[in-house]
Design a protein around this ligand. Sequence first.
Ligand code: ADP
Length: 474
Amino acid sequence: MFSKIGANFYRRTDVKLTLWYILTFLASALIICGFLYFRLEHKLIEEVDRFILDEIKELEEILSIHPYDQNVLKSFESHMEARSLYPVYFRVLSENGDHFYSSSKFKEIGYVPDNRVRIKALNGKEIRENVRPQGRKKPYRVISAFLPVQGHQRYIIQVGTHLKFVRKSLSNFRSNMLILLPILILLGSLGGWFLARKSLSPIGYIASKAQHMTSANLSERLIPRGTEDEMDELIETINAMIARLDASFKRMAEFIADASHELKTPLCALEGEAEVLLSEKRNPDEYQEGLAHFLEQFRHMNRMINDLILLSKFDSRQAELKMVPLRLDLLLKDIANLFKVLAEQKNIDLTIRPLPEVVISGDKIRLQQLFTNLIDNAIKYTPTGSIQVALERDKGNVVVKIKDTGIGIPQEEQENIFRRFYRVDKSRSRETEGVGLGLSIVQWIVHAHHGEVEVESESGRGSTFTVYLPIHKA
Ligand code: ADP
């Protein structure tokens, strides 16, 4: 159980972020400390070198004045030995490496004569070395330099001193860092934990809100913190998603209420009619007339139920479209020809303008349904007059226009007619047996084909429905 809790702990984003933060912090602190350490070492050695070079310069001056006098070097040595803080050890070699003079303590350095150093010095190079006598911890710094002197003699001067203070300063630096680093890491970890918790706190808030969100409280929204950062953006995005869900839940509830109402009304009417019919003995003609009316109502209800099933399939994405390349001009011609008879019965002149050959990618059954609904509406809402079906190409689209000279749709109603169960005039639709679902189906099919549908209409003068569909690209 403990290991499970442990595993869950390490899976937490705030813990992961903090660990990453500590790791990065530690790595940066180590790099910075390392850099400072080497800089400090370099600077201190540079100081020691400067000091040794001063002494070399002094020896050079002495030797250039007294090139063959060892006594002067002896008095220089006693003067140097009097220094307690930075003792100076030196020796002077002739150009072939023979001893000319060596201070008594130069041996302490344990300098092993190296012929390469001598040759380099003779070539005028200044050689700086760290020397560690065998078996001793104490390192020394030795600089070898070549001194051309007037006359025939040439010397190599080697001056050294210990690095005790450099080591001490460096060891001080190390111990200070060892004290400081844990404090820095502790503070860094606390800062990292605080930052991680602070930046992730909205996620906890979002999660707790989301846990309690049901269809009953979809009107609630998350409150942005006002920081206008990514978290606020996330909250706004979630709010927009909740708003969409809320709207679609409301639409669904409205749809169910409307559907129930639409079904209930004819059922109640039928129940009343049946009760009246059965209230007394009637002759066969009356029963026949009643049954014929019932049949008409049943057909109407059946149509409505079919439309409802179709729309609910659209909503639940169960109505899959079988997209194939098809000749839209032929499809339109067939549908318009079928409606010609119905139009003639109503004395309406249905004309099909010459249709250019157009191939689109679409579902044949759904497209038939789309244009059937539009032409059917045109006939339904045109008492007398004419209907024109036209098709043309416009850039990458095909434009189908169904124009009638019927009763038209008032301006203020035009944006509503695609809503479910919306009828401009219910009493008028009852006569035409409309239930207000035809244009919703039209709009869904057009959108599913990545197209658009528009209406232009004037009350009393007629309507034009325009459908835009993308042309099929081979
Ligand atoms: P309905 O089944 O009632 O026809 P629709 O969704 O097909 O439902 O149409 C919605 C409303 O739009 C109709 O009730 C009608 O008032 C109006 N309408 C649709 N097409 C036309 C048209 N061609 N001319 C006039 N009104 C129309």
